[in-house]
Design a protein around this ligand. Structure first.
Ligand code: ATP
Ligand code: MG
Length: 561
């Protein structure tokens, strides 16, 4: 008996069986079929990873097909964004196709269906058609145009195409069954009149195929074997199969549905994303708070992290939400092993080292990576008479477990000396504006020769050498896990998180970061992962986007509240 090798999800099992049995008599072929009406998001990444992954694992091909059959919402700008994002994820399609290139073929198929008595031109209004479709419990009633002769139907279709009629005057419908238990099969609409400009076909067409008509037949035209789509298309499978069969394709593709990716605290519906963008709730499709792939990229997440995340989420038949913590875990895991660590003080408090000469500077060797990261590299970090430390790392009257700076308390400066806080200098309002500290020259390198221990190590920068920078601290865009459902029937925009972006001016970063190209990623020690903003960061005016904090602080915050 041979041992079955299990594949990692049900779709791969299915493909493996089909490959083994030679079911299609041709190389397997998948496709990713986006409509170019918005930027791709994390949900699309799941579909991309699945379709491109399967094609390469099973020695097949993958088509990128733009499902561009709706003239009013599509744009070449979205085509470009989709292509760029797929390549950014690390995939390359074998063919680039457009459903709008199949308009001629789809028209020929319509003629074939009419000739077979399988389609007719209906001249009822959209409202009448909807009304006559019946309900789940009640059969529909035939349109009074249902029994038009093929000759009359052919004539009307030709005249629809020639532009003789206004929008809505006629539609082409499949002639199936008005009592079918699947409502979609009750004579679905196939082609409608739309006098509109199409971004690729211009004014060449004034009739456009509907989704169900274009989608399955495009798959068939391309010789797709496995048509993978999300669960909401389950009911469309009947019409998918019907059309391909009636048009006469042999060895038809098979549609298989899997659960879409739905991530907490964000939205992945293009319609909602578009509203956020057009209503100015975010800065654009690439706003780092969005889980569009361009937003994710600008925020500093790597394509490897996204692929790994999609891998962990897996492919299942059942809908499930994915916690943001799982996403952030994948992001941290990936960055942890690849990015250099530097020092950056978010909210600076000046520290004067009173026993260190004012004119002197010394430099500490500082490795970019800890021992457990298999990467090397280092820089030097300057130290001088005046430093900045994090305001939060000082407390005048600390609780017991506070191991950072407070009057009389000694801490270690990362890569540097031990310092002891001697005095907190205050302004007239009683606010601490400066700390006076002393350093112990014997502790260079971070250890005391007498063996005494300090419990806290804090980050810092030399005041004279540090560079000013802007930090953009990003957080989740919504305050509830499922904003798509809408909070108690309210609009999803009512649960936007007002603190999803906090801009910090005047943060202080060590000088080594000053000359790196925009788009460089770092871990700011003890703070989080950051990337210099590709668009806004310039030498002398550095801007860093926070990719993710070092730990999940949100859960703690929620517990506190
Ligand atoms: P949206 O709801 O965001 O408008 P869509 O399904 O209308 O998404 P398409 O451009 O039609 O967007 O999607 C292209 C492909 O990506 C389809 O095969 C679709 O099933 C898949 N897809 C879309 N959203 C998700 C998701 N959240 N998870 C997995 N796959 C998805
Ligand atoms: Mg869709």
């Amino acid at each position: 008996m041979t041992q079955e090798i299990p594949h990692r999800d049900f779709v791969r099992n299915l493909v493996a069986d089909d490959v083994a049995s030679g079911r299609f008599g041709r190389q397997i072929c998948t496709r990713f079929p986006p409509e170019p009406n918005g930027f791709p998001h994390i949900g699309h990444a799941k579909s991309i990873c699945l379709n491109f992954g399967i094609a390469s694992e099973f020695g097949g091909k993958v088509n990128l097909r733009f499902d561009d059959t709706n003239p009013s919402t599509e744009d070449v700008r979205y085509v470009e964004a989709i292509k760029r994002d797929i390549q950014w994820l690390g995939f390359q399609w074998d063919n680039e196709f457009y459903a709008s290139d199949y308009f001629e073929q789809l028209y020929e198929f319509a003629i074939r269906l009419i000739a077979k008595g399988k389609a007719y031109v209906d001249s009822e209004t959209e409202d009448e058609i909807r009304l006559h479709r019946g309900t789940v419990t009640q059969a529909g009633t035939p349109s009074r145009y249902r029994d038009r002769s093929p000759a009359e139907n052919l004539d009307l279709l030709a005249r629809m195409k020639a532009g003789e009629f206004p929008d809505g005057a006629h539609v082409l419908r499949a002639k199936i069954d008005l009592a079918h238990p699947n409502m979609i099969m009750r004579d679905p609409l196939l082609i409608r009149i739309r006098h509109a400009h199409h971004y690729r076909r211009g004014e060449a067409w004034c009739i456009y195929p509907l989704y169900d008509y274009a989608h399955g037949l495009s798959d068939a035209i391309e010789g797709i074997t496995h048509s993978l789509c999300t669960l909401e298309f389950k009911d469309n499978k009947d019409i998918y199969d019907w059309l391909i069969r009636e048009v006469g394709f042999e060895r038809p593709p098979e549609q298989t549905e899997f659960a879409r990716l739905v991530l907490d605290y964000t939205v992945v519906s293009k319609r909602k994303l578009l509203r956020l963008v057009t209503e100015g709730r975010v800065s654009g499709w690439d706003d780092p708070r969005l889980h569009t792939l361009s937003g994710i990229r600008r925020r500093g997440v790597t394509p490897e992290a996204i692929r790994e995340f999609c891998e962990t989420v897996g492919v299942a038949r059942k809908e499930a939400r994915t916690e943001l913590a799982a996403y952030e875990h994948a992001v941290r895991n990936d960055l942890n092993m690849r990015v250099p660590r530097v020092l950056c003080v978010t909210n600076p408090l000046k520290v004067v080292i009173t026993n260190y000469p004012e004119a002197t500077t010394e430099e500490f060797d500082a490795p970019y990576y800890p021992h457990d990261v298999p990467k090397t590299g280092s820089r030097t970090v300057p130290f001088s008479h005046e430093l900045y430390v994090e305001r939060d790392d000082f407390m005048e009257n600390p609780p017991k477990k506070f191991f950072r700076l407070s009057p009389g308390r000694e801490v270690r400066l990362r890569y540097g000396y031990f310092i002891t806080c001697q005095e907190a200098v205050k302004n007239a309002a009683g606010e601490v504006i400066e700390l006076h500290c002393t350093y112990d020259p014997a502790t260079r390198g971070g250890n005391a020769p007498d063996g005494r221990k300090v419990q806290g190590t804090i980050h810092w920068v030399s005041a004279r050498h540090a560079l000013d920078c802007e930090l953009r601290l990003y957080d989740r865009l919504f305050t509830i896990p499922d904003p798509e459902a809408g909070p108690d029937g309210q609009d999803f925009l009512s649960v936007l998180n007002p603190e999803s972006l906090v801009v910090v001016q005047g943060a202080k970063i060590e000088p080594s970061a000053g000359n790196d190209a925009p788009g460089t990623r770092y871990q700011f020690e003890r703070t989080g992962y950051f990337i210099s903003d590709e668009i806004d960061s310039k030498p002398g005016a550095l801007v860093f986007n926070r990719t993710v904090t070092l730990r999940d602080s949100w859960e703690k915050e929620k517990a506190k509240a």
